[in-house]
Design a protein around this ligand. Structure first.
Ligand SMILES: Nc1nc2c(ncn2[C@@H]2O[C@H](COP(=O)(O)OP(=O)(O)OP(=O)(O)O)[C@@H](O)[C@H]2O)c(=O)[nH]1
Ligand SMILES: [Mg+2]
Length: 498
C-alpha cells in the first residue's frame, strides 16, 4: 500500500513538472539537451566546442541554419535552474584556447543556457515564431544514468546480476577479492555495520578497478560508488550485493535485510530524484563514447561498452508497465551516439569508426528494444587537435597525423615534452567490422588473454594537446577546429531552427 502511494505521488509530481515545463516552453521556445557519457569520454570538451562554435560563428557547413546565414547571434543567458551548478564554460574555453590544456575532470551535473536568435527559413514560420531558441545543455555523468535501471530491480535481482557480471572472464580477476569476501559471509547472520562496510568498500574497489584498468571496462551500478559526492559514508552508500539469495523474505535484523533496506534507500534518495529532476525533462540526448579506447583494449572492452550503451538507451525507454515509461517516450525524440576523438585517426578511418559505432548502436537499439526516438550515430572530434600529412618511408607514402603530444606521453619508447610537434602514423581501423566485435555479443565469455596485448594495439594512441588557434590578419582568434561537429549540431538542434 505504502509503495503504491509513493508511486502515485511521484507520478503526479512528474506530471506537474512536465506540464509546467511545457507551459513555460510556450513563451520562450527552449530545448533541453542532455549530454552524457562515461567518465573521460569527452563531454566537457564537446559542450565547450559546441557553444564556442555557435557563439563565434565557426565553420559549420553541415549545420544548415549557420550555412545559410540565418543565425543572427548566439549568446549565453542565465540558466533556468537556480539550484544546479552552472557549466563553467568560460574556464573550460580559457584552458583550451589560451593555455592549450584540456579542461579538468567534472564529477557532477551542471547546466548552461545558450540562446540562438535566428531567422526561420520559411516565411510562414517567420510570421509565427519568435526566431529565438534557448538550448539548455545539461552535462551529467553516464555512471549516474546507468543507475536508472535499478529502479526496476529488486535487491535480489541486483545482487544476482552483479555476481554474474563479476564472474565474466574480463572482470573475474578484478572482482576476485570482493567475491571471496562475499562468499565468506552468511546473508542470514545478524546485521553488522563493520561487515557491511567491508563488503561495500571491497565492492567499490572492484568497480573502480574496472574503470582504471587498461581493459577500459564500462562501469556497473551503483554510479555513486565511483563518485560518492556528499553521500560518502552514508548508509545509502554502504551496501553491496550478496551471493546466493533465496526468494524468501530476508529475516528482520539480518545482514540481508540491512543491505536490502540500504539498496532501497539508494534508489529513493539518489536515483529517483535525479531521474525526476533531470532526466524526465530532457528533449534530446547525446551519448558521448570513447570507442577508440575500447577498440584498443580489444573485443572484451567493446562488448562491455556495448552493454553500457544498451543500458543507457534502455533508460530512455523503461520497460512496458513501468510507471516511468509514459513520461519518457513522449519527450526524448532524438538520441545521438557520438564517438569523439576521431582526430586520433586519419580521415580515411573516420567512416570506419562511424560504421563501427553504427553497428554498436544498432545492436544496442535492438537489445534495448528501443523505439520512439530517432537514434543516429557520428564519429567526430569536438576539438580537432591534429592535422594530416604524409610521410615517405622507403617507397611507401604513409598517411600521418600531426600534433603536439601531451607532456609525458610515450610511443615506441620515446617520451614527449609537451612542446614539440610530431607526426604519428596512427594505424588503420580494420575494414571488416566483425573483427572488432565478438560474434556472440556482450555476454560472450572472453578470457583476458584473448584481448590484444598492449604491445600491439589496433591504433597507436597518443594524447595530443589542444590545437594552437589561428588568428586572422586583424588578430581575431578563429573558433575551435573540429571534425563533424556540425553534423552533430544539425541532428540535435537543426530542425528547431528550420
Ligand atoms: N584529441 C581530442 N581529445 C579529446 C577530445 N575530447 C576529449 N578529449 C580528451 O579526452 C579527455 C576527457 O575529455 P572531457 O571532455 O574532460 O571528458 P568528460 O566526459 O567531461 O570527463 P569527466 O568530466 O571526467 O567525466 C580530455 O582531457 C582530452 O584528453 C577531442 O575532441 N579530441
Ligand atoms: Mg567533464
Amino acid at each position: 500500500m505504502a509503495s503504491s502511494l509513493t508511486t502515485f505521488t511521484d507520478e503526479a509530481k512528474i506530471a506537474l513538472d512536465t506540464l509546467s515545463g511545457r507551459a513555460t516552453g510556450l513563451f520562450s521556445p527552449s530545448l533541453r539537451l542532455g549530454v552524457t557519457g562515461l567518465s573521460r569520454a569527452g563531454k566537457t570538451v564537446f559542450i565547450s566546442a559546441f557553444v564556442h562554435n555557435l557563439i563565434h560563428g565557426g565553420r559549420l557547413p553541415l549545420f544548415a541554419a549557420q550555412k545559410s546565414g540565418r543565425i543572427a547571434r548566439a549568446f549565453l543567458e542565465e540558466q533556468p535552474d537556480d539550484a544546479v551548478p552552472r557549466f563553467q564554460y568560460e574556464d573550460h574555453v580559457a584552458a583550451l584556447v589560451n593555455d592549450r590544456l584540456w579542461p579538468d575532470s567534472t564529477r557532477a551535473i551542471s547546466e548552461l543556457r545558450l540562446t540562438i536568435e535566428y531567422e526561420s527559413a520559411s516565411g510562414w514560420s517567420r510570421m509565427f515564431s519568435s526566431g529565438k531558441l534557448s538550448v539548455d545543455i545539461v552535462d551529467y555523468p553516464g555512471e549516474w544514468l546507468l543507475d536508472l535501471p535499478l529502479l526496476g530491480k529488486s535487491y535480489a535481482d541486483f545482487s544476482r546480476e552483479a555476481f554474474e557480471m563479476a564472474a565474466l572472464p574480463v572482470r573475474a580477476d578484478l572482482s576476485k577479492e570482493w567475491r571471496a569476501l562475499s562468499a565468506a559471509v552468511d546473508p542470514n547472520a545478524d546485521a553488522d555495520e563493520m561487515t557491511a562496510r567491508r563488503l561495500a568498500d571491497s565492492f567499490a574497489a572492484y568497480l573502480k578497478a574496472c574503470k582504471l584498468d587498461e581493459r577500459a571496462l564500462s562501469t556497473l551500478p551503483p554510479g555513486r560508488f565511483l563518485m560518492p559526492g556528499d553521500l560518502e559514508g552514508s548508509p545509502a552508500l554502504t551496501f553491496a550485493p550478496l551471493p546466493g539469495l533465496s526468494e524468501r523474505r530476508a529475516r528482520s535484523g539480518s545482514l540481508q535485510a540491512m543491505m536490502e533496506r540500504r539498496y532501497e534507500a539508494y534508489k529513493t534518495y539518489v536515483v529517483k530524484p535525479f531521474f525526476r529532476e533531470h532526466i524526465t525533462r530532457l528533449d534530446r540526448q547525446i551519448v558521448v563514447i570513447d570507442a577508440l579506447q575500447a577498440l584498443n583494449a580489444g573485443p572484451g572492452a567493446m562488448a562491455d561498452l556495448e552493454r553500457a550503451v544498451t543500458e543507457i538507451l534502455a533508460c530512455f525507454r523503461p520497460g512496458r508497465g513501468n510507471f516511468l515509461t509514459d513520461f519518457f517516450s513522449r519527450r526524448i525524440d532524438r538520441i545521438l551516439v557520438a564517438a569523439t576523438k576521431a582526430d586520433h585517426l586519419h580521415h580515411e578511418s573516420h567512416d570506419r569508426l562511424q560504421a563501427i559505432v553504427r553497428r554498436l548502436a544498432d545492436r544496442a537499439v535492438a537489445r534495448a528494444n528501443f523505439t520512439g526516438a530517432d537514434v543516429d550515430v557520428v564519429a567526430l572530434a569536438a576539438v580537432r587537435a591534429t592535422r594530416e600529412g604524409t610521410v615517405k618511408q622507403g617507397r611507401e607514402t604513409l598517411p600521418v597525423i600531426i600534433g603536439t603530444p601531451l607532456k609525458d606521453e610515450k610511443i615506441n619508447g620515446e617520451t614527449f615534452d609537451g612542446k614539440t610537434e610530431t607526426a604519428i602514423f596512427p594505424g588503420d581501423l580494420p575494414d571488416k567490422i566483425d573483427a572488432v566485435f565478438d560474434v556472440s555479443g556482450p555476454d560472450h565469455r572472453q578470457s583476458p588473454d584473448h584481448r590484444q596485448s598492449n604491445d600491439d594495439p589496433a591504433i597507436r594512441f597518443v594524447r595530443f594537446r589542444p590545437p594552437k588557434l589561428e588568428r586572422t590578419a586583424e588578430g581575431v582568434t578563429l573558433s575551435l577546429p573540429h571534425i563533424r561537429l556540425d553534423r552533430a549540431l544539425q541532428f540535435l538542434i537543426g530542425d528547431r531552427l528550420a
